[in-house]
Design a binder for this molecule. Structure first.
Ligand SMILES: [Zn+2]
Ligand SMILES: [Zn+2]
Length: 281
């Protein structure tokens, strides 16, 4: 089986409205793309910060600007489609109870946990650039993976999204010297302890870094720690569904991973990973 669980029905800009994108026609486009790629399980995981309810969790200026839609309406709409219902929810240290309350109040099939922010600055957002306020790559990477470890341990999430997002800019931001496994270590320990599924995301291939999340070294450590994986594209448009899946399947096969996680009603099961169907074959 192939899955694509971490996807968005619209681009990240505020102009991409719920009215225009949470529609039957748009979902049809995503389903058609999934079918083309042989993806049997398709789920949507909109950013939590695009919903007004997220302001009960965090009042960062970026969230205040972005939170315009209604989370209940989103859940209701997805319930009328064949899509699995997910959400991409940032881990905000100290807000665990508020995040749990919000998640428990909705009928999600799975919850994708993300770390984009370390404190008030983000590793992947130029407007709140983590490197501008503290350019030391050692500090940013250390803090990022420590926050990721906390996210895994929080028990709030089923899937740990783009696990080394901190590398997103590639050579566009400073990267620590030496063996990066030193930074991965606390996160891998937390992944092993929590049993959270690790996302293999092809989104990194579309970003300056040009590499799948996680890096091969981090993925190997996760395998050694006994982690299970799930597979996603982090698509924001229908043409990105199943993006570069042949690369991801090869990546997982090389690691010896034979099964991927499938979710329903926040229950997880493992299904055999299927070889990708190549277009026109
Ligand atoms: Zn994300
Ligand atoms: Zn995403």
């Amino acid at each position: 089986m192939l899955t694509d669980y971490h996807l968005h029905l619209r681009p990240d800009d505020l102009g991409a409205s719920a009215e225009e994108h949470f529609t039957e026609d748009n979902v049809e486009r995503y389903l058609a793309a999934a079918e083309e790629h042989g993806i049997a399980e398709l789920g949507v995981s909109e950013h939590i910060h695009r919903f007004t309810q997220a302001l009960d969790v965090w009042r960062h200026p970026f969230w205040e600007e972005q939170a315009v839609d209604d989370l209940d309406a989103y859940c209701e709409f997805v319930g009328t489609t064949p899509l699995r219902l997910g959400i991409e929810a940032d881990f905000i240290p100290g807000a665990e109870d508020r995040i749990a309350n919000l998640l428990e109040a909705h009928p999600f099939d799975y919850v994708v946990g993300s770390v984009h922010f370390v404190g008030d600055v983000a590793v992947d957002h130029e407007g709140y650039d983590a490197w501008r306020s503290n350019g030391d790559p050692d500090a940013v990477w250390r803090r990022y993976f420590e926050t990721l470890a906390e996210a895994a341990r929080s028990g709030l999430y089923d899937i740990l999204a783009h696990p080394d997002l901190v590398k997103v800019w590639g050579s566009g931001r400073p990267v620590p010297q030496g063996d990066l496994r030193f930074y991965y270590e606390p996160a891998v320990e937390a992944i092993a302890e929590s049993g959270i599924a690790v996302e293999v995301s092809t989104a990194g291939l579309r970003k300056p870094v040009g590499e799948i999340y996680p890096s091969p070294a981090l993925a190997e450590m996760c395998v050694e720690a006994g982690a299970e994986f799930c597979l996603s594209s982090d698509a924001h448009t229908p043409d990105q569904v199943g993006f570069a899946y042949e690369r991801a399947i090869e990546f997982l096969s090389d690691l010896g991973v034979e099964r991927i996680c499938v979710f329903e009603g926040r229950e997880r099961r493992l299904e055999p990973l299927e070889g990708v169907r190549v277009d026109g074959a």
